[in-house]
Design a protein around this ligand. Structure first.
Ligand code: TRP
Length: 385
């Protein structure tokens, strides 16, 4: 069997071997001891950590060293606004919201309209910026107050970000960028420069603070290469290496490895958007979600289903918080007591409950969107105006 899988910032495909990825990327697996240490500060762990959906890290221990000394730092994550938000995008953001609340840290959220303009064929810059504003509603809907969440839209923040991005760019050679991202002569020069922009929010908040602040970045593991490069450069600018927390991907509706993504061009059969209504969610799940059940009810009752490949069950791992409930679903499915259609019905109810609430908060966020958008002024050095 061909075991090849691909995980880069621009492409994720195949059956992903996460243990292999940890080795290839040179990250650390999250272990019980480190999670226990985190739990001392957060209280009972989030289900995404309990279930190791967040499964790997870089220097989380060092971030906690500083936190325990009272050097509290900040959180950073982001989104490339190339379209509407789907459930896969929400996974790292939900984790980040939880950390923000439990650790009492501020979140800086980057919207890379520049990146998506540079990388996506046929996407106009104005459209990417528009998506950034739409996507921001989904971030705000997770419950943040404006003082807890600053949203940095790259093209709008250039006044503060550009002077810092060129400090990164000056220390990043073409050969390093090529080795990390596989650039060729056919890539445009904006693409080659772009990582410098993604590095900036990892240290920008230190400037108004007037001292180097620790930074923790929850992300889906495909974004790791940007920070592998940035971590080598940022200390040369006088700031600490950002620490990283890595998530697995939410699979597409049809499963078979990879991640939920619209880029394959078959959005309706792979993706649930945060704005899908209850009827659409029901139809998509029933029609497209890959089933780990048997072909006939008789066979299923006898042999049981396979939750490990059943997409509805896999989604419940991400969206059903209750461990006991989840275990019962798992065991009943394996035993053939729970049918595939019943598993899907449980998922549909769970998602629609979640999305109903999310959509209500998302509409509320519209009125207050401007309060969350950072301006370059916020990042002037202390005392300078
Ligand atoms: N490049 C990311 C994307 O395409 C967006 C992004 C910017 C990001 N900064 C980040 C993601 C920090 C995670 C963490 O989605």
């Amino acid at each position: 069997m061909d075991e090849k899988f691909v995980v880069t910032p621009w492409e994720v495909k195949g059956e992903i071997d996460y243990d292999k990825l940890v080795k290839e990327f040179g990250t650390q697996k999250l272990d019980e001891k480190l999670l226990k240490r985190l739990e001392k500060h957060t209280g009972p762990l989030h289900h995404l950590l309990r279930r190791r959906i967040f499964f790997s890290h870089r220097d989380l221990d060092k971030f906690l060293d500083e936190y325990e000394k009272g050097n509290r730092g900040f959180l950073y994550t982001g989104r490339g606004p190339s379209g509407s938000t789907h459930l896969g995008h929400l996974v790292p953001w939900m984790m980040t919201r939880w950390l923000q609340q439990k650790l009492g840290l501020k979140l800086y959220f980057q919207m890379t309209d520049d990146e998506k303009y540079l990388f996506k064929e046929g996407l106009e810059l104005e459209q990417a910026t528009q998506y950034a504003l739409e996507n921001a509603l989904d971030v705000i809907a997770l419950g943040f107050e404006p003082e807890e969440l600053r949203i940095l839209i790259d093209t709008q923040m250039a006044g503060a970000m550009y002077p810092e991005a060129i400090k990164v760019a000056k220390r990043l050679t073409f050969s390093t960028a090529k080795a990390a991202f596989g650039f060729t002569n056919e890539h445009n020069v904006g693409e080659i420069f772009y990582t410098s922009m993604q590095a900036v929010p990892a240290f920008l908040p230190s400037i108004p603070a007037g001292r180097p602040l620790p930074c923790l970045i929850p992300l889906a593991i495909d974004q790791d290469p940007h920070f592998r490069v940035a971590r080598d450069i940022i200390p040369k600018l006088g700031y600490p290496k950002p620490c990283i927390l890595h998530a697995r991907f939410l699979p597409g509706l049809q499963g078979a490895g990879g991640k939920m993504s619209t880029s394959a061009g078959d959005a309706d059969t792979q993706v649930i958007f945060t704005t899908d209504n209850a009827k659409t969610v029901k139809e998509k799940v029933n029609k497209y979600a890959f089933s780990g059940g048997k072909d006939t009810v008789e066979e299923h009752r006898k042999a049981g289903g396979d939750p490990d490949v059943d997409v509805a069950y896999q989604y419940l791992l991400f969206f059903e918080e209750d461990d006991a409930k989840l275990k019962k679903i798992h065991d009943d499915y394996r035993a053939g007591k729970l049918l595939s259609g019943e598993m899907k019905a449980i998922l549909i109810e769970t998602l629609n409950r979640f999305l109903g609430e999310h959509q209500r908060k998302r509409e509320e966020a519209r009125k207050r969107l401007h309060e969350y958008l950072a301006t370059p002024d916020e990042f002037r050095p202390k005392g300078k105006h």
